[in-house]
Write a protein that binds this ligand. Sequence first.
Ligand code: 4GS
Length: 369
Amino acid sequence: MKIKVFTLFPEMLRPMLSQSILGRAIKNGLLEVELYDIRAYTLDKHRRTDDYPFGGGAGMVMSAQPIVDAIEANTRGFSGRRVYLSPRGRRLDQRIVEELAQEEGLVLLCGHYEGVDQRALDAVIDEELSIGDYVLTGGELGALVVIDAVARLVPGVLGSDESPEDESFTTGLLEYPQYTRPAEFRGRAVPEVLLNGNHDHITAWRREQSLRLTLERRPELLETAPLTDADRAMLKRLRRAEALDIPGERLELRLADQFPRQWINAFVPEASRKAARKQCVSGRQHVGFLWQAFTLGLIDGLTGDEAEAAWRAQPPEEALLFLPDEGLLYRVPGALELPGHVVLTDPDMTRTFLRAADGRRFYAAVYLS
Ligand code: 4GS
């Protein structure tokens, strides 16, 4: 990929192009970036490259002559889209970046001041692109953004361990959270699913996190993201959780990861104890990914009915309500009549566990119908 940049300030770009991944790509010849100083082409005797706007108004306008001459003199026989960076352009996104990466080369024109004489754009520019709805002092940062985003799609620019595949927008979804060592930082653990080496679980957990984040922050992306049936089922559950409209404060899910394992207890009715114990062991697989922090156990000597009766007789002031399927955590009044009824457990583990916030160690298994 060969990129020619036309600018009044080539020195603004050089540092970015000499470092890190871009620096390496250029050194290895995978990427060629040539910087052209527009001022070198002005025919003005004072070497001016801008002038007052016809019709009046604030600021200066870049003159057509140096731009057109600079681009014409250096792009003969060069095939590649010619782009002017401007807030007026089509807004850059990953789809456009992928398009640009298919080109043999690119010409990037950086404006400065109030803009560029329209006749220069008409003469030598194919397309205007904007890197976002805000105003910069010059197009150089825009050009660097284009170069950077395009370069990482050029084969070989990213090392084999820096795959472009998984990132936000390549999948059409926001990126899942990442962790590295140490496994615990300031009392906060890395989600256990990432530590135990089961790659199917890890893939599924990451997908779920991507869906959750996208639904929360950029729901409009879900309309165009390629989704599987499993994704749609997951989204349905996530949306259902929102619709439950639990009274109480929604806590950050990260808190769920902090629950010490020994907090976790559950009660189940006598009849389903055996089933529950079995499910709990395998529960990690299907219910999953949220079981990382929730190992289900039984309270010695209490039947489910007794534990439920105890809860009802003396509800704590506050409780944490965790919806494992939906992956949501709430602080709710302990006496809350929960949606659905307290039936403790059900065969396919669509349950919620309630912990007394006063430290009494039991959880109610609640079936949300
Ligand atoms: C952008 C932008 C930009 C506009 C350049 C005012 C100086 C400035 N370029 N995406 N004149 N946003 N350019 O703000 O590409």
